[in-house]
Design a protein around this ligand. Structure first.
Ligand SMILES: Nc1nc2c(ncn2[C@@H]2O[C@H](COP(=O)(O)OP(=O)(O)OP(=O)(O)O)[C@@H](O)[C@H]2O)c(=O)[nH]1
Length: 194
């Protein structure tokens, strides 16, 4: 069983993203901060193979940091979220990545997600800012919306695909790049209906 962990500042939308992926719904204005940590099991179909994901939703608040840190070690994938309408949550990404480098396994898949991409008029972080930061740290990047569902399934599908490839890939097969996959598949704001 693989473990995926959602991390990022309080209020960026970690619980909402997971609820949208798990149940396909979004509840506006019902912010109750996660206390501690909890998980959801989900089976994803990757080209006919069932991949089991255990997704851990962590509390973003500082006072829970020592608890959530303890879970990084077992993580196969980390979804690191900021809120495109909250500059502090973006500025804190460097600190999050520092923590991840310190506590997580070396081959962990990291995906940077700029959430709340639906909040067009409140946006303060441009897509390019997220892209630049992701390139600097060599992690995959996309913008998401837990509200509209934009790129939400893709974020988890990319994780599932990467895990499957790691398990089944033969030494002669080309390496699977989660960054390339995401760049190929992701939608951008204003593009397409989701
Ligand atoms: N417009 C919009 N609002 C969102 C989105 N995602 C989350 N929200 C709202 O933002 C608030 C915080 O969302 P949560 O999912 O509880 O945030 P969290 O990251 O789990 O917070 P902690 O549990 O404290 O770490 C809620 O009021 C959500 O309705 C989104 O994509 N778009």
């Amino acid at each position: 069983m693989s473990k995926t962990i959602l991390v990022g500042d309080s209020g960026v939308g970690k619980t909402s993203l997971l609820v949208q992926f798990d149940q396909g719904k979004f509840q506006a204005g019902s912010f109750s901060a996660t206390v501690g940590i909890g998980f959801t099991n989900k089976v994803v179909d990757v080209e006919g193979t069932k991949v089991k994901l255990q997704i851990w939703d962590t509390a973003g608040q500082e006072r829970f940091r020592s608890i959530t840190r303890a879970y990084y070690r077992d993580a196969n994938a980390l979804l690191l979220l900021y809120d495109v309408s909250n500059k502090a949550s973006f500025d804190n990404i460097r600190a999050w990545l520092g923590e991840i480098n310190e506590y997580a396994q070396e081959d962990v898949v990291i995906m940077l997600l700029g959430n709340k991409a639906d909040m067009t008029s409140e946006r303060v972080i441009r897509t390019e800012d997220g892209e630049r930061l992701a390139n600097e740290y060599n992690v995959a990047f996309m913008e998401t919306s837990a509200k509209t569902g934009m790129n939400v399934d893709l974020a988890f599908m990319a994780v599932a695909k990467d895990l499957k490839m790691k398990k089944t890939r033969k030494p002669t097969d080309p390496k699977f790049s989660v960054t390339d996959y995401v760049n190929q598949e992701k939608q951008s704001v204003g593009c397409c209906s989701s």
